[in-house]
Write a protein of this length. Structure first.
Length: 213
């Protein structure tokens, strides 16, 4: 790339507004080409995004849609509903929006995921808990992980036969494996707790024996 081209690319990149990741997630949902309402986008994000990123609330989705429309990345129109309910607003991605999200997907820096594991934070404070409480926390987390694994498995199977969802299907398959690993890690930590408790009891018993006159 010549210096002139490089400087031009930087200029074009600088013209694009700086958007939060949630904006790109919403724009990405529209990049599959369908005209969707805010309600549709919420359903789609619950179906796919929640397994590996998060599912924005309705208010966040509508807020991002307004931002994206202001940027010229989406357009909207009102359509009548067959059910007789009030008209709804639907959104579609523009050519400029498609170019922007394509550029973001290709060129944005790869950021490492930020792990905020509330369960591990609780267990990190295990010296403030009883053993049964720690097992209950882990048990609930294990149940949650297995439930999410099953849901990801179902959603991945549902997306497998749709050509436009080929790559989301792969990410859902990754999500299924991720939650399976969370489940297995919970099982391993439950075993670690049992081993730690057993070692502590053995140590206490040995101390009592040594103290005998």
């Amino acid at each position: 790339m010549t210096e002139k081209k490089a400087s031009g690319a930087k200029a074009n990149e600088g013209e694009r507004p700086a958007l939060p990741a949630t904006s790109w997630a919403v724009l990405g949902l529209l990049s599959f080409g369908e005209e969707l309402s805010g309600y549709d986008l919420k359903k789609w994000s619950d179906w796919s995004l929640r397994f590996f990123y998060w599912s924005p609330s309705f208010s966040q989705i509508y807020g991002e849609l307004k931002r994206l429309e202001k940027c010229g990345y989406v357009t909207s129109r009102m359509v009548a509903q067959e059910t007789g309910n009030r008209d709804k607003r639907v959104y579609v991605i523009t050519d400029e929006g498609m170019a922007a999200v394509r550029h973001w997907a290709r060129e944005a820096p790869v950021e490492p995921p930020v792990l905020k594991h509330g369960v591990m934070l609780r267990l990190w404070l295990g010296h403030l808990l009883e053993g049964d409480q720690m097992r209950e926390v882990l048990g609930r987390h294990r149940e949650y992980a297995e439930t999410m694994r099953q849901r990801a498995e179902v959603d991945a199977a549902g997306a497998r036969d749709k050509e436009e969802w080929a790559y989301p299907s792969l990410v859902l398959k990754w999500s299924e494996r991720y939650y399976a690993s969370e489940r297995d890690l919970a099982d391993a930590m439950l075993a670690d707790l049992d081993a730690a408790d057993g070692a502590a009891e053995t140590g206490e018993a040995g101390a009592r024996v040594r103290k005998r006159p």
